[in-house]
Design a protein around this ligand. Structure first.
Ligand SMILES: O=C1O[C@H](COP(=O)(O)O)[C@@H](O)[C@H](O)[C@H]1O
Length: 224
């Protein structure tokens, strides 16, 4: 079962977690030629990115990619890639290599293979951070999403397009086997609503609560 770490406040959590993640990446770089760092988008991780981007790591040996992306261009404030470029791949981390989850195309389907090919040599994920919505989705694995069962299957491809009523636009997401292959896994959530959702998920199956499909061996970081 997963481990839960509670922090006195959000600032403390951000600083502490950024430190832990930097330590894990540094450790990986000591033992291997390169490391891969997979992170969520959305509203939660920005402050962690701010701290991490100032950490002295050999960032040019780190491949950074998102858990998932909304199918919008970087000029759209909802673009997770935009968040990465503005807050993580800056300052000391500006030399990190971004593996994109978006390329201009009206729909994601025609470019899935092209995007997935860029992951060659970057899996398994060295360090994974996941977010979670109050509806218990993680990455773009939404309850009720059109291809959820396929994305949770053990033979799922690396990347899949995903559509769900709760998602404003089409999405692309890393699938459960890729996320579960991570060597180190962290889930980061804020607030009582998400804490209650996480507890509710324990009584549901992965189709109802997709976070369940990827939470084994994860450390959950929570602050009010
Ligand atoms: O849409 C998304 O939602 C989740 C949770 O986002 P948050 O705004 O509640 O932190 C996020 O983990 C995922 O990467 C993102 O695309």
């Amino acid at each position: 079962m997963r481990q839960l770490v509670e922090y006195p406040d959000r600032d403390m959590m951000m600083l502490d977690l950024a430190d832990t993640l930097a330590g894990e990446l540094a450790d990986c770089l000591r033992r291997h030629e390169s490391a891969s760092f997979c992170v969520p988008g959305g509203t939660t991780p920005g402050p962690i990115f701010d701290v991490l981007s100032e950490q002295a790591l050999d960032w040019k040996r780190v491949a950074v990619f998102l858990n998932d992306e909304r199918w919008v261009g970087e000029d759209n404030p909802r673009s997770n890639t935009r968040l990465l470029k503005e807050r993580l791949i800056v300052s000391k981390a500006s030399e990190a290599k971004l593996i994109p989850l978006y390329t201009p195309s009206p729909e994601p389907e025609p470019v899935m293979e092209e995007l997935a090919a860029a992951f060659d040599g970057h899996l398994p994920i060295s360090v994974l951070v996941l977010g979670m919505g109050a509806d218990m989705h993680t990455a773009s694995l939404f309850p009720g999403a059109d291809r959820l069962a396929d994305a949770l299957a053990s033979d799922a491809p690396i990347l899949m397009p995903m559509r769900a009523d709760a998602a404003v636009e089409p999405r692309v997401t890393l699938t459960a086997p890729v996320l579960n292959g991570a060597l180190s896994k962290h889930i980061v959530i804020f607030g009582d609503e998400k804490r209650a959702a996480l507890e509710r998920a324990a009584h549901l199956n992965a189709m109802e609560a997709p976070i369940r499909a990827v939470w084994s061996d994860a450390v959950v970081h929570w602050a009010k």
